[in-house]
Every structure is written in structure tokens, then in C-alpha cells.
Design a protein around this ligand. Sequence first.
Ligand SMILES: Nc1ncnc2c1ncn2[C@@H]1O[C@H](COP(=O)(O)OP(=O)(O)OP(=O)(O)O)[C@@H](O)[C@H]1O
Length: 290
Amino acid sequence: MIETRELTKTYRRVTAIRDVTFTATPGRVTGLVGLNGSGKSTTLRILLGLSRATRGAALINGRRYRDLKHPLRQVGAVLEQGLAHPGQTGYTHLVTQALLSGASRRRVKELLDFVGLDAAAAKRTGNYSLGMRQRLAVATALLGEPDVLILDEAANGLDPSGMAWLRELLRRHAAHGGTVLISSHLLSELELVADDVVVIGQGRVLHDGPLAGLIGGTRLRVRGGDPALLWQAFERHGAQVTADGNVLFVSGLTAEDAGDLALHLRVPLYELVAETPHLEDVFLNLAEAS
Ligand SMILES: Nc1ncnc2c1ncn2[C@@H]1O[C@H](COP(=O)(O)OP(=O)(O)OP(=O)(O)O)[C@@H](O)[C@H]1O
């Protein structure tokens, strides 16, 4: 479980975050989304004890990071700037980190295989691609088998198959009861993995809740032979209807019901599409409204 309460961080004249309050619950993937400079890294760095809050609380499993008894076994973190020394091989880096978290060499080997770096384990990390460095960072985070995972822009540099791999890993971690908090400025990345979303804009929480609630309901886009007749029939069925020329936008009705009604009226349909608003648009609206 991750909790922040009225978390505020001020750098001289800049307030990076103000009164940021949210919870990331076990068993779910929580996405922290915001434009560049909105305060995501600041929030995550405070949670991980890398920066001090000016005010408020940042708790992991009910404690501040510095008060955790076995931090590396409770929290795994993937931060934007990789921690591996470029002269070290992937294997040496993991073995060194394993000593800190009390993990065995067998676990190191398992993880190299798990993140797909088996073949590159003997290469220096300085020669790794960005995607390989991200995979190594994920392996490092998993060393201590922590239940809480915190990832800052972890999908950066991953190709589509790497992204799919990371999504699957995070979903599986949550399915086993783990807590996952992942930040991104790309909403499309989180849309496929997050159960809950915390939207942050200019250091403030703009939305906190299930992803489905943020996206809102699906609406239908309907184009047919007699728009006025369709409009009346849809409204009689309790739907809300708006129009743009001959195209009707209908909410509160399933595509099946709309199709059946049109058939009953013998009005031909040329287009019947269920549209889900894109998260990017929802976010831009929230950011503009703030
Ligand atoms: N050490 C610092 N000194 C002064 N201002 C800072 C410092 N760190 C961050 N800030 C400011 O705080 C605000 C939030 O920055 P932060 O890095 O948390 O945003 P972010 O959402 O993670 O952005 P990005 O996606 O670009 O990493 C920005 O205005 C940034 O310039």
C-alpha cells in the first residue's frame, strides 16, 4: 500500500507539488500521469526517501521509507536515471545489488532470464540500449521480491514487445496482491495497464480514481437515413442525443438497442460505432480546467 497525504514540496520559489493526496492499493496498478514538470518524479522521489517533503506524509505500507525495516525487500524502484555503473556488466551489477537486498546468486540468474537479459549478462551496461537498461532496472527492483513497485517513466526506451512485457509483468505483480505505482507522461501507455489513475497537473491532483471513471461512458456515433426519426426514437428510449450535421452522438444506449430501433423504424444505418473517449483528450480537458 502506498499513501500520500497533503504532500507538498517547495524549492525556493518553485512549488513542485502541493497537497498531493492519493492511495495506491494492493492488487491494483495505479498510474500517475501528468505532463512534463507536473510533479510526478518529485512525488516518487519523496516516497522513496530521496527527497524530503516540505509538508505532508508519504507512506509505504504505513511507514516513511526511512522507517522501513527492510526497504529493499518491501519496495522495488525503477527510476528515470539508471543506477548501473557503465563499466559493470549486467551480471556484476545485479550481484552487487543482490548483496544489499540479501538476494541469492540464483535469484540473480533467474531474474536475468526473466527480464530477457540472459545473453547480454556479460556485456558492460554502458553498451546496453535504453530498453536493455530499463530491463536491468526492473530486474534490480525485483531482487528483494518486494510487494511494492514504484516505476518512474519505466516504459521509456522499450519497443512495443518490451512494453507488452512490462505491462504483463506489472499486471501479474498486482494479480498476486502487489502494489504498483507507475508514472508516465504518455497516457496511452497507462491506459493499457492501470486500474486506477492519479492525474497530476502543475503539482496538484486533478483526478484520483478508477481509470474507467476518468474515461467516462462509451457513446455511439450513428449515421442513418432519417436522422430526425432516429433522434426521436433514441430519446424515447431514454438516451441523450446531440448532432453534428447528419451524425448523431448518442449516450445511454447500447449499439444493439440503437440497431434494433433503426431496424424497427426501417431506417437504414450507414454507420454505427461505439466510441470511447481517448484518455489523452480527457486529460487535456482536466488540465485546461485546472
Ligand atoms: N531540484 C529542483 N530544484 C528546483 N526545482 C525543481 C527541482 N526538481 C524539480 N523541480 C521543479 O519541480 C517541478 C516538478 O518537477 P518534476 O520533475 O517532479 O516533474 P515531472 O512530472 O516528473 O516531470 P518530467 O516528466 O519532466 O520528469 C518542475 O517545475 C521542476 O522544474
